[in-house]
Write a protein of this length. Structure first.
Length: 274
C-alpha cells in the first residue's frame, strides 16, 4: 500500500513532531459499507474534508468535528483499488491508497447465540446466526470458560459447536467471533467478540430443560402455593425444630429437578422465590 503522512505546523505555536501526523484507516464492515477514520493531531478548529472519487457522503462527527466517513460499498468493490484523500485545513492534505480492501473486511459479531443441552449423550451445543450467508467464507472462533477456568479456543466453519459429556452441575460461559476466511478470500481482522452467553447454575437459578407447557404450568402453581404456605408458617416457626421454609425450599428444589427430567433438550432457567 502507498501511505503518505502529513506533518504540518500550526499557525500558533507550531507542531512538527510525530504527534501531529495524520493517518487514514479504512475497514470494510460486514460487507455492507466502508468505514474510514483518521488520527487527529493536537490542534483545534481544523476542518477535515474526506474524499475518494467524490466527497464523503456521510461524515462521522465528534463534538462537531469530522472524525470519520461511512461509504456505501459492495462485495465486488473489495477487489478494486481504493484511493482516499483527506484535506486538513485549507492547504494541507494526506492520501492513502489500498490495492484492495479484501484483507480489511471486518464482520459484525455473531448474534442470536443459544445453548442447548442434549440429555441423550450429555452434549452441550452452542448455536448462532451466521455472520453472512456464504457458509464457506467464514471462520468462527469459540472461546469459553468451564467453571470460570478458560479453555482452549476452538475454530470451526460451522455455526455450531458442541462439547460432549457435559454434567449439568458444570457452569459455562461462551463467546464467539468471526472473520472472512475460505473460498471468498482471507481478512486480517476478526470481528469483535459476541456478548457472553452463560449456561449452568448461575445466580441461584435452578437449571432445567425446557418443559412442556402443562408441566411448566404445574411447577409454577406448586411454587406459588408453597411460597404462600411458607409465608403463613413463618408466624408459627416456634413450633418447628427446623425453620419450615428450609424444608419446603428443599422440597421445591426436588420437584424442580424431578420435572426437569420430563422435558425437551433446550436449556432454560427457573428461579424459586420463597
Amino acid at each position: 500500500h502507498s501511505v503518505q503522512r502529513l506533518l504540518f505546523a500550526l499557525a500558533e505555536g507550531g507542531c512538527t513532531s510525530e504527534e501531529c501526523a495524520v493517518d487514514i484507516n479504512c475497514m470494510f464492515i460486514n460487507w455492507e459499507y466502508v468505514n474510514c477514520s483518521w488520527t487527529r493531531p493536537k490542534m483545534q478548529n481544523v476542518n477535515y474534508t474526506f474524499s475518494m472519487y467524490k466527497e464523503c457522503p456521510q461524515y462521522l462527527q465528534e463534538h462537531g468535528q469530522n472524525v470519520g466517513c461511512r461509504i456505501p460499498f459492495t462485495v465486488e468493490d473489495q477487489f478494486r483499488h481504493f484511493s482516499t484523500n483527506l484535506s486538513v485545513g485549507r492547504n494541507q492534505s494526506v492520501t492513502k491508497d489500498y490495492d484492495q480492501l479484501l484483507n480489511r473486511v471486518k464482520f459484525n459479531p455473531p448474534n442470536n447465540i443459544s445453548v442447548n443441552w442434549t440429555g441423550a449423550n450429555g452434549s452441550l451445543c452452542l448455536n448462532w446466526v451466521r455472520s453472512i450467508k456464504q457458509q464457506n467464507c467464514v471462520r468462527y472462533m469459540v472461546q469459553y470458560w468451564r467453571d470460570s477456568k478458560p479453555q482452549v479456543p476452538h475454530k470451526t466453519n460451522k455455526n455450531k459447536y458442541c462439547i460432549p459429556y457435559v454434567s449439568k452441575e458444570v457452569n459455562f460461559t461462551f463467546q464467539v467471533r468471526s472473520k472472512l476466511e475460505g473460498s471468498c478470500g482471507t481478512s486480517d481482522f476478526w470481528s469483535d467478540w459476541s456478548d457472553p452467553v452463560q449456561w449452568g447454575n448461575y445466580t441461584a437459578f435452578v437449571h432445567l430443560c425446557t418443559m412442556k407447557p402443562v408441566t411448566l404450568a404445574t411447577l409454577v402453581v406448586i411454587i406459588l402455593f408453597l411460597r404462600h404456605l411458607v409465608s403463613s408458617l413463618k408466624n408459627f416457626s416456634f413450633l418447628f425444630r427446623k425453620p419450615p421454609w428450609i424444608t419446603l425450599s428443599v422440597f421445591v428444589a426436588s420437584v424442580a429437578l424431578y420435572l426437569g427430567d420430563r422435558c425437551t433438550d433446550r436449556p432454560c432457567y427457573a428461579v424459586v422465590l420463597l
